[in-house]
Design a protein around this ligand. Structure first.
Ligand SMILES: Cc1cc2nc3c(=O)[nH]c(=O)nc-3n(C[C@H](O)[C@H](O)[C@H](O)COP(=O)(O)OP(=O)(O)OC[C@H]3O[C@@H](n4cnc5c(N)ncnc54)[C@H](O)[C@@H]3O)c2cc1C
Length: 409
């Protein structure tokens, strides 16, 4: 319904690449449990990290639905590589929306060409869903800023650099103006990326800790103005993080449906495929329905972003529903697989582990529901999509193809 012919052709290209180039490396990612630098670089070189970067800065300028499709198709084959592309988009967002013209001309072409996998480092041990509680700080020293503190769970931490870091530059009482964002090169004295620690899933993806101990960086490395840090963090998370994680969830959900169908057709009980059992068929039907609903919400929200419409609530509900329905399908597929679902030689257990990584980033389900509650109660603080969406909105001619708009018979 929302896809143009260009979107369909992009999907075919990414799917064929993912199946040909990335699928053969998934077993290695699972066994090595380390950052897959090679696959990340290969994907970056396709130009897809620049999918929403305007073409004047070397990007594809193809918009948010195209981005959703790229991430979804990669995540269908490897949740880790879907996550890598989603994290890179977060890192690009801060420069697209808050960079100076000089920073855009310097950094956006490097992201688009795959030479730089950017990051955005906001989370700390004591401040996950509550960004204003962060402790990492920067103090002005002449033409420099001196940064101290530790960031956690930073996507692409072992691949990227310079890193996008949000820290405190003002007193807590300054509230939303108390934070600022900086680009921090990884070779600065006092800067350290903590060695990779494997997590439950997304093996191959890098997300780890950054430590800053009196790191001096030039004042020109600031992104936006002093006090823009919260806006940088929120815009990355709201306009990019939420739809990106929704796309990773879609890819995992799609793979989970395909694998469950394959299993239910192949597995035989009393001389018949498992799929013949009414309970199994019904559970598969429910997985399919959840996936279709999640995809419609995700594409609608991305389509609205592409067309410059206010859509914060749509982005939130697409992420919330996408993650919740994926977790419901995880439970259903584990019931269908029974003991076979536990085996390490089947991909279903990988998909299940990967699914657990999607709720927390860009705000847990609890936070999303709070925002939707505030919106319904008229207590929202304005729409981020309204403020920033014009930068990446597509030209008015980019409408879905006629075939895509035809009603079903
Ligand atoms: C795969 C992955 C990639 C990530 N990438 C990045 C990245 O690139 N950059 C980055 O900075 N961070 C990143 N993160 C971190 C992510 O943003 C945090 O995990 C998230 O903000 C939640 O923080 P937390 O895990 O510390 O949970 P907490 O905030 O400690 O939450 C714990 C529990 O308390 C609840 N809770 C907390 N506060 C509230 C509240 N105010 N109202 C209601 N409930 C609340 C939560 O819902 C949850 O159930 C990533 C995380 C993952 C898993």
């Amino acid at each position: 319904m929302f896809e143009t012919d260009d979107h369909k052709s992009l999907r075919e290209t990414v799917r064929s690449f993912a199946e040909g180039e990335i699928a053969p490396r998934v077993a290695w990612m699972e066994s090595a449990q380390t950052v897959d630098v090679q696959s990340s670089a290969l994907i970056a070189r396709q130009g897809w990290l620049g999918v929403t970067i305007p073409s004047e800065y070397g990007g594809m300028g193809a918009g948010h639905l195209a981005k959703t499709i790229v991430i979804e198709e990669l995540a269908r084959v490897s949740g880790a590589m879907g996550a890598m592309v989603q994290a890179s988009q977060l890192g690009a967002a801060k420069i697209i929306h808050y960079g100076t013209e000089e920073q855009k001309r310097l950094w956006l072409p490097r992201i688009a060409s795959g030479d730089w996998l950017p990051t955005i480092a906001v989370t700390e041990e004591e401040s996950g869903g509550n960004v204003l509680d962060m402790r990492a700080s920067a103090r002005r020293d002449g033409d420099y800023w001196v940064l101290n503190g530790r960031k956690k769970y930073v996507g692409n931490s072992h691949l990227g650099g310079p890193h996008g870091v949000v820290v405190r530059t003002g007193a807590e009482a300054a509230g939303s103006r108390s934070l600022s964002a900086f680009l921090v090169e990884d070779n600065r004295v006092g800067f350290q990326v903590v060695p990779h620690q494997p997590s439950l899933g997304l093996h191959g993806f890098s997300f780890g800790d950054l430590v800053m101990d009196d790191v001096r960086i030039p004042a020109d490395n600031m992104i936006g103005s002093e006090g823009d840090g919260l806006a940088v963090a929120y815009s990355s998370s709201i306009l990019y993080g939420r739809p990106n994680l929704t796309a990773v969830a879609l890819g995992i959900h799609q793979a989970l449906l395909e694998e469950t169908v394959r299993f239910a057709k192949e597995r035989r009980r009393r001389d018949e495929p498992l799929a013949k059992l009414p309970t199994i068929e019904q559970r598969i039907g429910q997985i399919n329905e959840r996936l279709m609903t999640a995809r419609t919400l995700a594409y609608q929200a991305a389509h609205m972003l592409d067309h410059g419409q206010a859509c914060d609530d749509e982005l939130i509900s697409a992420k919330y529903r996408g993650v919740e329905s994926l977790m419901e399908s995880v439970l259903a597929t584990m019931k269908i697989h029974a003991a076979a679902g536990l085996r390490r030689d089947r991909c279903i257990e990988r998909l299940v582990r990967d699914a657990f990584h999607i709720d927390a980033p860009a705000g847990t389900g609890d936070i999303q529901l709070r925002r939707l509650g505030e919106s319904a109660l008229g207590q929202g603080k304005g729409q981020w999509s309204c403020r920033l969406v014009h930068v990446t909105a597509l030209p008015p001619s980019s409408v879905p193809s006629e075939a895509a708009q035809e009603p079903a018979a």
